[in-house]
Design a protein around this ligand. Sequence first.
Ligand code: NDP
Length: 330
Amino acid sequence: RREWHLLSRPVGWPKPEDFALVEAEIRQPGPDEVLVRNTYLSVDPYMRGRMSAAKSYVAPFELNKPMQGGAVGEVLASNIDGIAPGDHVLHFGGWREYATVGAAQTVKVDANAAPLSTYLGVLGMTGLTAYAGLLRTASFKEGDTVFVSGAAGAVGSQVGQIARLKGASRVIGSAGSDEKVKLLVEEYGFDAAFNYKNGPVAEQLKQAAPDGIDVYFDNVGGDHLEAAIGRLNRDGRIAVCGMISVYNDTEPAPGPRNLARLIQTRGRIEGFLVGDHYDLQPQFVKEVGPWVASGALKYRETVVEGIENNLEAFFGVLRGDNIGKMIVKL
Ligand code: NDP
């Protein structure tokens, strides 16, 4: 079996030399553990943070140890009550072919209810992030004009569609290619979308949102955040989900220059972490599950095959190679 280790902490953009795919022993499960053969692995932007030593909400990856991440696989041996060989589980032992994991981080999933990869994406962590961030943190309400960045990605594509399905008056998205922009409007039902690489974000957002915005769901930070503050309406709300434009920076990025606008708009900016919102999981599955099943909410996955391509898939997320959730299939 093989697993990915972090060898050195990347400075700036991570490089292949910072990582190694190594052979390891399969460990039989101890009490309250299962042995899983992984079939789908998640690669996510937040993993870049775990490669640094800086103190954060989740501990840094340890050097020369397997990295971790969301994964779904088939149980080969189980010492957990209620989980049997042949069952499928969602767990946190990603970046490896076989994982031995404990009960606390292992959830049984139903392979017949939905494709297994969706438990990492549209029905999983990124889906709940979109749901909780939009509905709870941004206090979305019917009639709002919503702007979301990273809109063709896993979280962003779901934010825009949930807003539309829940009665937004206008949904605007930004993404990094013309192909992604087309998808937002033609397939996901966004009212307007723009390619942030085609011109200044502030100008493109002004055109797309002539009457301003009530909610900005930020996946990107940087100029996007400043532009959104500039278009914010009275009582506008900004949910800070991620700031992928700065994850590989070596110097702190300058902040938005127009924060004073929050005074006149009585605006609110609030960060959130999906981990604090798992109480919404049942409600999320109940509401979003049927939309996914009926096709009212569409999703894409970009699937990269093979454990040897796990690292390249992660780099791909940072570069924007993915449309929808980036998944590694073993
Ligand atoms: P995505 O599927 O959206 O993939 C990341 C995307 O970011 C890429 O496809 C790329 O698309 C875009 N991107 C990369 N660099 C830049 C840049 N410099 N400027 C603008 N866009 C860029 O990932 P996720 O849906 O998994 O995550 C989206 C965001 O949500 C991330 O910031 C992530 O950290 C955050 N997040 C936060 C959580 C929380 O609990 N707060 C939980 C989960 C995710 P493009 O081609 O459009 O550039």
